[in-house]
Design a binder for this molecule. Structure first.
Ligand SMILES: [Zn+2]
Length: 245
């Protein structure tokens, strides 16, 4: 049974796994991941606001924008890669404001104490309850070749929130706490956090031709994975984190 406070967050085990425990190593790593998730949203927010300000100044005084602001290359790179937009895209200003707004909501949620539930997905009852992420991954895999993919869904689901549940708590798969570096666990916390606090959806996961919007998706400003990968990318750039962090 897990019921501990890590970085101000209450961490409990999933009700379906009453016997689950977290080792000291797992607890330490989860604590580092929570800290990283907070850095990711606050780094992204700060850099994006700075870039928005720069664009405004640039429209009035290009030389001043050059002299007094950083180039915003990290923000431009992430927006193009994970949202498929550049300043030349139609509706860029509105989209960028939407993105900043949703990161702001997620960051406000993450900086406060919040609840984390750890566990594994067990059986089809969980699917019937419609746990987000697992359910959308399942639907997408079913369109391809369902059965062989099943194993990887069951073990590959990184986290989830239950949209029907009043608390919309962030669930994390214990396996990723063992296997992943803290930055990747943090990326999952950010992904789930955007579902919880900014009402995002799963339009496309990164592995579904999300980069540079190769899949031609609409409405990526509401896509959880676009936020998660954007925040992690900017965090890596700002803090000079090595690849694989
Ligand atoms: Zn999701």
């Amino acid at each position: 049974m897990v019921n501990i406070v890590i970085q101000g967050c209450t961490v409990t085990n999933w009700s379906k796994e009453p016997l689950l425990t977290l080792s000291h190593n797992q607890q330490a790593k989860l604590g580092q991941a929570i800290q990283c998730s907070r850095q990711m949203t606050s780094d992204a927010l700060q850099r994006m606001k700075n870039y928005r300000h720069r664009l405004l100044v640039k429209s009035i005084d290009p030389q001043m924008a050059k002299d007094f602001f950083q180039s915003g290359a990290d923000v431009k790179e992430a927006l193009e890669k994970y949202f498929g937009i550049t300043t030349a895209s139609p509706g860029f200003g509105t989209d960028f404001d939407t993105i900043i707004g949703k990161i702001e909501l997620t960051d406000a949620g993450l900086q406060q104490p919040f609840d984390i539930v750890v566990g594994h997905i067990h059986d089809w009852d969980d699917v019937k309850e419609g746990v987000s992420d697992f359910f959308s991954e399942f639907k997408k895999f079913r369109l391809r070749s369902a059965f062989s993919a099943l194993g990887s869904i069951r073990t590959g689901t990184r986290g989830w929130v239950s949209p029907g549940h009043a608390l919309k708590r962030i669930h994390l798969n214990v396996d990723i706490i063992n296997s992943d570096p803290r930055g990747k666990i943090a990326r999952t916390i950010v992904h789930e956090g955007t579902h919880k606090w900014a009402n995002t959806d799963d339009v496309a996961y990164k592995w579904e031709n999300l980069p540079h919007n190769a899949g031609g998706y609409a409405n990526l400003t509401n896509n959880a994975d676009s936020y998660a990968w954007t925040c992690r990318r900017i965090w890596k750039r700002v803090r000079h984190m090595p690849a694989g962090s």
